[in-house]
Design a protein around this ligand. Structure first.
Ligand SMILES: NC(=O)c1ccc[n+]([C@@H]2O[C@H](COP(=O)([O-])OP(=O)(O)OC[C@H]3O[C@@H](n4cnc5c(N)ncnc54)[C@H](OP(=O)(O)O)[C@@H]3O)[C@@H](O)[C@H]2O)c1
Length: 247
């Protein structure tokens, strides 16, 4: 049987990179994608140098449909299938350079930041799904993970960590991503395709900062778990550390 193929977006650093490493360890064919060719190739070579010859780079900007289409076409040409899609690429723009003390709020966030965040964190995953789903349907196999956040939760206590306010564009984008996850799970429930949202926890990456409580590798564990679920596994849920958490 052909090796299963995993596509990870925004994988040149941080949690996406850690997901690629974990999937490579599990012997998947890993397509490490990134919008910057140079950075992506360096990241790929780093994994290859560790002995993971099953990792390949593909340029992919999640905000550009042409780039997504080209990437998917290339992957199919080279590897014949796409079994796993990890929508990991993300932006967190609510702490503007000039806002060292306070993150933006609904009252003062420039709408451009909201649009930019949603374009990457929501429209990107939707476009990726639109281009990859037909392939998964043909295979009657697919696992999709949308990388979400505890900051998307509308019902859970930890949501009040930040007083429940602030970070509007990020929160709004991840709530929307959760709804994409739920919607899609109903739309594809007759197929052997599972889609889940996963919060990696607070991780030490460029986005999470150096004070975060876990490594990118630790954050990636739950994502890779959801990306490698067995048939008849859960779908349409939000997870952290392999446990369902409320939306
Ligand atoms: N770190 C945390 O504590 C934490 C917590 C909860 C959820 N998350 C989520 O986890 C995911 C990964 O976060 P991270 O901490 O690893 O962030 P990160 O270190 O800032 O990395 C973000 C990645 O996304 C890529 N990216 C941004 N825009 C892109 C685009 N248009 N096309 C392709 N790639 C793009 C970046 O590429 P460039 O290098 O080219 O900029 C980078 O590779 C995000 O979805 C984030 O919301 C993180």
């Amino acid at each position: 049987m052909e090796k299963q193929v995993a596509l990870v977006t925004g994988a040149n650093r941080g949690i996406g990179f850690a997901c690629c490493k974990l999937l490579a360890e599990k012997s998947y064919t890993v397509i490490l994608t990134g919008r910057n060719k140079e950075k992506g190739i360096i990241a790929t070579k780093k994994l290859q140098a560790l002995g993971y010859k099953n990792v390949f780079f593909q340029e992919l900007d999640v905000t550009k449909e042409k780039s997504i289409k080209k990437a998917v076409t290339n992957i199919i040409k080279e590897h014949n299938r796409i079994d796993i899609l990890i929508n990991n690429a993300g932006l967190f723009l609510d702490e503007g350079e000039d806002m060292k003390q306070m993150p933006y709020t609904i009252e003062n966030i420039p709408l451009e930041l909201v649009k930019k965040t949603i374009e990457t964190n929501v429209y990107g995953p939707i476009l990726l799904i639109q281009h990859v789903l037909p392939i998964m349907k043909k295979q009657n196999f697919g696992r999709i993970v949308n990388v979400s956040s505890g900051m998307s939760q509308m019902t859970d206590e930890p949501n009040l960590r930040y007083g429940g306010g602030g970070f509007p564009s990020y929160r709004i984008s991840k709530v929307a991503l959760n709804m994409c996850t739920r919607n899609l799970s109903f739309e594809i429930k007759k197929q052997n395709i599972l889609v889940n949202a996963v919060c990696p926890g607070w991780c030490r990456t460029d986005m999470g900062g150096k004070d975060a409580t876990r490594s990118a590798q630790e954050g990636a564990q739950g994502i890779v778990w959801a990306a490698t679920l067995p048939d008849k596994g859960p779908s349409g849920k939000l997870f952290r550390d392999k446990k369902e958490i409320p939306y």
